[in-house]
Design a protein around this ligand. Structure first.
Ligand SMILES: [Zn+2]
Length: 341
């Protein structure tokens, strides 16, 4: 057991944010963080026209805007998102899929918990012949149909700083073509494999209009083999980042091709709900699982490609409104938990 916890301790050290290892000063939160749902829907040249005009921004998503939301249209050319939040806001992201053996169960669990996530897909799982690829292409359409967002996680999942610019460009071309064929639009969000970046890679990605989204809360799920360990690391990272760095929430990284990660997700959600019951009784800020990566978005506005976005801080009125809703939900849920005892 000692060895196991020794390994867990190492993973905890590693499982913080993608940005934690090479931290640069992060500017203080500013009002540049866009909190309205997203930018006006602009159909870029060369991509299919919408058959029906998009609804007003206040309208709920419809089938017509699904592909636009899924591709993150409106989130292009943003500052690099480190994923950190000064509030207890969580956005779930799943990398390296889709995988036909595990992703379907995750989609059902996300639905059961009414959570929308971002899937950073590895495009070699979606291109080429064979039943497996075909099933995973269908699965990507299912991810979109269920209201999630997709992002580009390259084709072959190599460390980009080790690749030539020509090779990176070829991967981006290939990924754009496959994902546009499947979704109708190319994704605007990009996650570099391993979080590996360089000034050259940042420039190449910015020139294509990609917005890089890193993560603030790793779960170590690529190195452990049990849902227990994933859940344990998630909780410890969440507590440690708040206690030691004041990072109270942010972007959570998991990997949907791992069965233990898929198994851990509903447990993590149950734990968040139980924790919120305790926080409610103490009058503290509750955890708020958000559906929209646009909350983390800040336009680059000509800044250098390697410039990072400030940590997410929702404006006070938005935060207060969301917290009031979370408290109402928790009151109902926590009462039901107590009643069932
Ligand atoms: Zn990956």
């Amino acid at each position: 057991m000692r060895t196991r916890y020794g390994i867990l301790a190492c993973l905890l050290a590693l499982a913080g944010g993608a940005f934690a290892a090479s931290r640069a000063p992060v500017p203080a939160p500013t009002s540049r963080v866009r909190v309205e749902v997203r930018a006006p829907l602009v159909v870029p040249q060369g991509e299919p026209e919408l058959e029906v005009a998009p609804p007003p921004r206040s309208a709920p998503p419809t089938e017509d805007t699904g592909p636009l939301r899924a591709a993150g249209v409106g989130l292009e050319d943003g500052l690099i998102i480190t994923g950190e939040s000064t509030q207890r806001v969580l956005l779930f992201t799943f990398d390296d899929g889709p995988e036909r053996r595990t992703t379907p169960a995750l989609l059902d669990a996300l639905d059961r918990h009414d959570v929308k996530a971002v899937f950073f897909v590895t495009v070699e799982r979606l291109s080429g012949p064979g039943n497996r690829i075909q099933e995973q292409r269908e699965l990507l359409r299912e991810i979109v149909a269920r209201g999630h967002v997709i992002g580009n996680h390259t084709v072959t999942h190599q460390q980009l700083p080790l690749m030539t610019t020509e090779a990176i460009t070829a991967e981006l071309d290939h990924a754009d073509a496959v994902l546009t064929e499947l979704v109708g639009f190319r994704p605007r969000l990009f996650r570099p494999p391993g979080g590996s970046r360089s000034p050259r890679v940042d420039r190449v990605l910015a020139a294509r209009g990609y917005t890089q989204m890193l993560w603030s809360h790793g779960t170590g799920d690529f190195q452990v083999r049990s849902a227990d360990d994933v859940q344990h690391i998630f909780r410890r990272v969440l507590e440690r980042r708040e206690r030691e760095e004041g990072v109270r929430g942010g972007v959570v990284l998991m990997h949907d091709p791992h069965s233990w990660s898929v198994e851990a997700f509903p447990r993590i959600m149950d734990e968040i709900e139980r924790t919120n019951c305790e926080l409610l009784t103490r009058g503290e800020e509750l955890y708020d699982v958000i559906d929209d990566p646009a909350l983390f978005f800040a336009a680059r506005d000509g800044a250098e490609p390697g410039t990072v976005a400030p940590p997410l801080t929702l404006p006070p009125d938005v935060h207060a409104r969301r917290q009031a809703t979370r408290r109402d939900e928790a009151r109902e849920r926590c009462a039901a938990i107590v009643a069932s005892r």
